[in-house]
Design a protein around this ligand. Structure first.
Ligand SMILES: *[C@@H]1O[C@H](CO)[C@@H](O)[C@H](O)[C@H]1NC(C)=O
Ligand SMILES: *[C@@H]1O[C@H](CO)[C@@H](O)[C@H](O)[C@H]1NC(C)=O
Ligand SMILES: *[C@@H]1O[C@H](CO)[C@@H](O)[C@H](O)[C@H]1NC(C)=O
Length: 252
């Protein structure tokens, strides 16, 4: 038993995917993006980082599917059937491919009163559901809103929610990326004038237009590459854009 466990963890290390079940798979990876409108495709009511991530940061034949749902909370995503759709896709692909499910909620959960414990238990459930489908869950903290105070710092109320998400990831050693912290830092460096060019439309400091999706889709992939060599192996790099993000320079 011990021997077997040792071999398995050695293999898991080689694959760079902690917690992954090791099976006969091709090298294709599939990224299933679960989240709210800040992950979702660009439409009238929403727009997140998912499309930029999907279109520009992954080498074929690996691919992503964006399941971002405008207005979703962890609870509505589950009760409305989106979560079952994601899990079915995870089961289908994980027979032959490495499947990652990114989980980013908080923007709408935070508007509900007395919701912190429900948010946490929903995230715990989502992590175990993904693992039960032989896929790898990745917790993503909420992207920051682009609201600035008069001194150029970001005024955002999602810090606590990012903290809750990280605490749940840490309970079981789930992979996570801190998109909240990294987006706040980047937005403070580029400043409000540059940030306004990433808004879905004038007056919407939450949702991203296509250019914003490209910038933050790249940020998400760069953060994932820092955490996982297996993801880095299927990522399409853009050194210029990654350098600009790291240095806090506007891209558009
Ligand atoms: C900037 O303003 C915000 C409020 O808008 C405040 O919380 C923060 O402490 C200020 N930072 C500095 C460096 O003055
Ligand atoms: C991504 O690709 C889809 C399909 O081609 C397109 O509709 C969408 O506008 C693209 N979005 C971005 C941000 O590149
Ligand atoms: C995106 O950036 C390009 C290049 O700077 C620019 O031409 C285009 O107008 C921008 N799109 C939006 C929606 O701002």
């Amino acid at each position: 038993m011990l021997f077997k466990k040792g071999i398995l963890s050695l293999l898991a290390c080689t694959a760079g995917a902690s917690g992954a079940h090791i099976r006969n798979r091709d090298t294709t990876s599939v990224f299933l993006l679960a989240g709210d409108s800040t992950t979702a495709k660009q439409t009238n009511g929403g727009g997140g980082w998912g499309e930029g991530f999907k279109n520009f940061t992954i080498n074929s034949p690996s691919f992503a599917v964006n399941y971002g749902h405008n207005g979703a909370t962890t609870s509505s995503f589950i009760s409305g059937g989106d979560w079952e759709t994601v899990l079915s896709a995870a089961s289908q692909h994980s027979a032959s491919k490495t499947v990652y499910v990114t989980i980013q909620f908080g923007h709408n959960d935070q508007k509900l009163s007395d919701f912190v414990e429900t948010y946490k238990s929903n995230l715990r459930r989502m992590i175990s559901d993904v693992e039960s489908r032989n896929a790898i869950p990745i917790i993503v903290t909420s992207i920051s809103r682009r609201k600035y105070g008069s001194n150029g710092t970001i005024k955002d109320t999602l810090a606590d929610w990012a903290g809750y998400a990280i605490s749940i990831a840490n309970e079981g050693g789930t992979m996570y990326i801190d998109l909240w912290k990294n987006s706040v830092e980047y937005l403070e460096k580029i400043g409000e004038t540059a940030a306004r060019k990433l808004d879905l439309k004038s007056g919407d400091a939450t949702h991203l237009n296509g250019n914003g999706s490209i910038v933050f889709g790249r940020m998400v992939m760069d953060l994932l590459c820092e955490k996982s060599a297996a993801i880095k192996a299927v990522a399409k790099q853009n050194e210029k854009m990654s350098g600009d993000i790291q240095a806090g320079r506007p891209i558009f």
